[in-house]
Design a protein around this ligand. Sequence first.
Ligand SMILES: Cc1cc2nc3c(=O)[nH]c(=O)nc-3n(C[C@H](O)[C@H](O)[C@H](O)COP(=O)(O)OP(=O)(O)OC[C@H]3O[C@@H](n4cnc5c(N)ncnc54)[C@H](O)[C@@H]3O)c2cc1C
Length: 400
Amino acid sequence: MNVNKKVLVSGASIAGPTLAFWLVKYGFDVTIVERSKSLRLGGQNLDVRGAGRAITRMMGIEKDILAANTGEIGLQFVNSNNKVEAAFPRDGAGSFTSEAEILRGDLVNILYNCTKDNVKYVFGTYITAIYQDDNNVKVTFNDGKKEVFDLLIAADGVRSATRQLIFGNGPEIKFVGLYNAWYTIQKKETDTKWARWYTAPGSRVMLIRPDNHGTTRASFSFLSADKGYHKLSNSEQKKILKEKLSGAGWEAERLMEEIEKNDDVYFDGISQVRAPRWFNGCTGMIGDAAYCPTPLTGMGATLAIVGAYLLAGELSRHHKHEDAFAAYEKRMRPFVEDVQRLPPGVPWLAHPKSKLGVSVVNTVAGILASRAVKKISKLFSGKDKDVTKDEIELPDFKPA
Ligand SMILES: Cc1cc2nc3c(=O)[nH]c(=O)nc-3n(C[C@H](O)[C@H](O)[C@H](O)COP(=O)(O)OP(=O)(O)OC[C@H]3O[C@@H](n4cnc5c(N)ncnc54)[C@H](O)[C@@H]3O)c2cc1C
């Protein structure tokens, strides 16, 4: 029924290639455009959990995901002298480190490799205009080329420009009061298989994590009002980051030096996307573009994978795309709303302003670690089964 139905997907990260994988299985003809000249492989660890993990099993890539484990053995809270205040081993109660801990770039690569033979990927390309009627959507690309598709799905992340073309300013981008930068740094002898978390006064947190590529992954976050930093150029962003890191202690000098060496620093205001509608005619959106839950939930990749699987499945079942979109939304929306509910105190609790606040964080972490209380993730993020559900019923959509 869907043979030769042409679908254009915008964004080659997690949501886009997963959607393409399943659409191709159901007989669709899929093209993915990616704005970058090649896959963007930056970032730290992502979790693939619950229903998301089950889908990767069905796709035959779970073993690749487990094989690409970063090797992290747990999380240590350290003070400015790198003394361990609290430790949460991977296999302990309430661990921060999950079994399927994979670098974002490795997951993107795995998804690309399992789709590249059956999906047309076009890099360095993005959509500049769309015009749709009841039957199809006419798309103009940045090189001036035009093409007609039956459907267009935006999977191009929290700052999706395609979303803007489809819905205008309708969807709300809700900033949660936290900025975060992720980047790759050179490995040093002091880097171990432990992730190290350092809380600095001034509502700043550094997190240094091991990877399986011979390098190390750094994250730096700080509380702030919305300053629109995401609109700045790379060099302006690096300047801001260095200013914010200045005087933070611990490995701040190292992170400041490494910023200059890095050409893929991912820096953004942590925001949720709340959209009253995910579809409009022949067009729509999935993943972070539609319902970014924030990295604080640890559920961005899982939501992207689940959303892609369900949307492709509903499109395979329904003759009319409007019916498929409605069926998808009915399944997916309650799941998204549940995941997007951040627990009280996140992200402020983990980003204290004063030195006293910092010592309180370390003391609390120490108490939790010593009692092996299953609440560590709950305190510092939404990353806990009690807080966000990672399960949703996954229908078995049989290929036609
Ligand atoms: C470089 C990078 C690093 C990240 N690092 C982390 C991290 O360390 N931890 C974490 O929790 N989350 C991180 N994220 C976010 C995380 O990948 C997502 O939350 C989640 O996996 C959902 O994926 P997604 O496919 O919906 O969106 P994203 O992963 O955001 O991917 C969107 C894709 O669309 C592309 N794109 C953007 N605009 C356009 C356009 N106009 N046309 C075509 N393509 C476009 C982007 O280049 C990207 O490849 C990162 C995202 C990126 C892009």
